[in-house]
Design a protein around this ligand. Structure first.
Ligand SMILES: Cc1cc2nc3c(=O)[nH]c(=O)nc-3n(C[C@H](O)[C@H](O)[C@H](O)COP(=O)(O)OP(=O)(O)OC[C@H]3O[C@@H](n4cnc5c(N)ncnc54)[C@H](O)[C@@H]3O)c2cc1C
Length: 305
């Protein structure tokens, strides 16, 4: 149950069994100029399929959608032993080529948060996306300091307020630039960049990282001119929303160059407390703002980080 069964380079799909994890899938696809379009912040040994079924929110969901948006077809074993093909493979002559429809599709009830209760998935065909990052496969020597994949640029930007940060994020989304657009909160950055709790807490208390902060990744998928164009658009939006590029933080935040594509140090966020998780998982911008306020209030009153 840990095999890659097929990589269809022409139709940009991969068929996997459930125990294929992120590094394996990415290593095999990236050398073919393709990838699955993202990574969760859990350990990269998480199964790709189990992650999608369980959550599937990736650093680059901004460009590629949540994980289940990639599922073309599933093979499901039901509790009575029946085997069900759902998704486009169930349509006559459609193959495993398309993620949804036409018409109603049973795939919807198996692709997200049933925790295996409705059946065991033994095979999944997932969509792949263009990878222009070249030979990118961080090794142990690069731990903490992974290289940025080729043809990608990463930017760290601070804002004076929640409102200006949200406005910039809306504008960037509407311009259709970039693959990653994430609000990387101060607590989170404190965890990533330090191997010890004491050091993380010190950085947090000293307000080392900005509170209203995003990172953006641009990918030159069609050409380097596209990259230049996207950077110009980004710089205009940042100027209009009173943001500030924090080049001085680039080195300490090098970790994002890896975390954005394949999780490495992310599980550090669970060392203590769950503040950063809460802000991450709330979806609407108003809800995020509310969570942020409540948690900062708790942090200010209790010596628990
Ligand atoms: C520090 C940390 C950070 C995280 N950050 C993120 C994040 O940024 N984005 C995100 O999406 N998630 C995130 N997560 C959650 C993460 O997605 C899950 O913890 C992870 O995917 C579990 O992987 P696993 O392979 O151990 O799955 P398991 O725990 O084995 O399975 C997950 C669920 O899927 C079901 N399942 C597994 N295999 C099958 C199958 N073949 N058929 C049917 N059901 C099946 C299981 O019953 C279980 O309910 C984070 C978790 C941690 C600990």
């Amino acid at each position: 149950m840990d095999q890659i069964l097929n990589i269809d380079e022409e139709n940009m799909t991969i068929t996997i069994q459930p125990y294929v994890n992120f590094p394996r899938l990415q290593t095999e696809t990236m050398k073919r100029g393709l990838w699955n379009g993202g990574t969760p912040l859990s350990a990269s040994t998480s199964g790709v399929l189990s992650n999608i079924l369980f959550n599937g929110i990736w650093q680059s969901s901004f460009a590629y959608g949540p994980g289940w948006r990639s599922i073309h077809s599933l093979k499901v074993v039901l509790s009575n032993g029946d085997i069900l093909d759902v998704g486009s493979s169930a349509l006559p002559r459609a193959g495993k080529s398309w993620w949804q429809g036409p018409g109603p599709d049973l795939k919807g009830i198996f692709e997200f948060i049933h925790y295996g209760a409705l059946g065991v998935i033994t095979e999944a065909t997932l969509k792949l996306y263009p990878w222009v990052g070249g030979d990118w496969n961080p090794v142990e020597e690069e731990y903490d300091k992974p290289r940025l994949p080729e043809n990608h640029r990463i930017f760290y930007i601070e804002f004076p307020s929640w409102a200006s940060m949200s406005k910039a994020m809306y504008e960037i989304s509407h311009e259709g630039i970039g693959t990653h657009l994430d609000s990387a909160m101060d607590a989170w950055n404190c965890y990533f960049t330090t191997p010890h709790q004491e050091e993380s807490e010190r950085l947090f208390r000293e307000k080392f990282f900005p509170q209203y902060f995003i990172y953006v990744v641009l990918a030159g998928i069609s050409s380097s001119r596209q990259l230049d164009y996207e950077e110009r658009v980004l710089r205009r939006i940042v100027a209009e929303t009173k943001g500030k590029f924090r080049e001085d933080l680039r080195e300490i935040l090098t970790d994002w160059q890896g975390e954005a594509f394949r999780s490495g140090n992310s599980p550090r966020m669970l060392r203590h407390g769950g503040y950063s998780m809460c802000r991450l998982s709330s979806s609407q911008i108003e809800t995020q703002e509310y969570f942020d306020k409540v948690h900062r209030d708790i942090l200010a009153r209790h010596d628990h980080y």
